[in-house]
Design a protein around this ligand. Structure first.
Ligand code: HPA
Ligand code: ZN
Length: 342
């Protein structure tokens, strides 16, 4: 079953590039930039990755990102992750980046986006992994700051597909960003937002009704409100669920109690994602493998999850068709296995 999952074609739709920063690469970049880290070894860094909530994690995540300085740093970070994608049979990925995490430290927007997009172009050519970019506003900062970021992004409009909303959810509801999202949509960006990770169902409702999101990042807590679940289904909005992130941040106490299967059974369009793989103990295939084991998912469930990842991506219709064909061929080839196990 594990090899079947590993070789299955899939897309990743919820991934923070700063969250792919492995301790080894962090140490290497810190060294070449002559920046002192608060840790002396990879083991020490890994030991610090014990979180009791989202804020604990964010404090360490922003600290790690501080060592990123040059265009080459952003290139290396991104290409390192895209190589992992190729090795996991991830055919397409939608990468979130947090420009404010870098511009607030004096790193130019151009440095960040040039490095990331150069790696994406190389990966499409050399690794056959397609990708697009989601620019996420940090919700713990002001809406005015988000407006400034939007202004900085406009010269790079053709390189950014969507806007998103991440960071500390509680106390920073989607309504705080209603105007900047309206302007972002007018500028041609597709609106997305994290909602219902730590925030309750009302955050998900606001993301849909006030920001007009076309996909919901996490969305677990929508399950608190059956009417909301019906509305999400009616609007055909997919959820980017992140199992290992949820247990690492104690959003869910144990994978065995993860709501993913219940969400699928209630009619929600669910996808599996890694969120911040360097911090949460596993990349995308680990997320699939662990949640399959914990919830005893069938091969039909796996097919549905992988299919959703392509259908609810923002890849071009031609690419979607190609990837969906690959997925169908994969399941056709392994029919006997599927039949025996699911
Ligand atoms: N939630 C909110 N903000 C984030 C996350 C997350 O899981 N990862 C990186 N920024
Ligand atoms: Zn996230």
């Amino acid at each position: 079953m594990n090899a079947f999952i590993e070789n299955m074609p899939k897309a990743e739709l919820h991934l923070h590039i700063e969250g792919t920063f492995e301790p080894e690469l962090m140490m290497e970049i810190a060294r070449r930039n002559r920046i002192a880290l608060a840790y002396n070894s990879v083991e020490e860094i890994k030991r610090a990755y014990r979180f009791s909530n989202l804020q604990d994690f964010l404090d360490i995540y922003y600290q790690g990102a501080n060592v990123l300085q040059t265009e080459q740093d952003f290139y290396d970070l991104t290409y390192h992750y895209l190589k992992k994608c190729a090795a996991q049979n991830i055919r397409h990925v939608e990468i979130m980046f947090d420009p404010q995490t870098h511009t607030s430290r004096g790193i130019p927007f151009k440095t960040v986006i040039d490095g990331i997009t150069r790696a994406m172009t190389d990966a499409e050519k050399n690794l056959e992994v397609s990708s697009l970019l989601i620019m996420s506003y940090l919700r713990h900062l002001s809406e005015e700051d988000a407006f400034k970021t939007l202004e900085e992004a406009l010269p790079y409009k053709d390189k950014i597909c969507c806007v998103g909303l991440d960071s500390s959810e509680k106390g920073n509801p989607p309504s705080k960003f209603e105007r900047v999202f309206k302007k972002s949509v007018e500028e041609g960006f597709i609106p997305l937002a994290h909602a219902g990770e730590e925030g309750d169902a009302s955050y998900v409702r606001e993301a849909i009704e006030l920001l007009g999101v076309k996909r919901i990042d996490h969305g677990n807590n929508a399950m608190q409100d059956p009417e909301l679940v019906a509305e999400i289904i009616e609007r055909d909005l997919a959820l980017t669920v992140c199992p290992l992130s949820n247990t690492a941040l104690k959003v869910v106490d144990d994978l065995k109690n993860h709501p993913l299967k219940k969400m699928m059974d209630s009619g929600l369009k669910v996808t599996v994602n890694s969120d911040d793989p360097a911090f949460f103990g596993g990349h995308l295939n680990d997320n699939y493998i662990r949640i399959q084991e914990a919830l005893n998912l069938s091969t039909d469930d796996l097919y549905q999850l992988a299919k959703n990842s392509f259908i609810y991506s923002f890849a071009s219709p031609e690419k979607k068709k190609k990837y969906l064909r690959e997925l169908d061929e994969y399941f056709e080839k392994h029919k006997k296995f599927s039949h025996n196990n699911g």
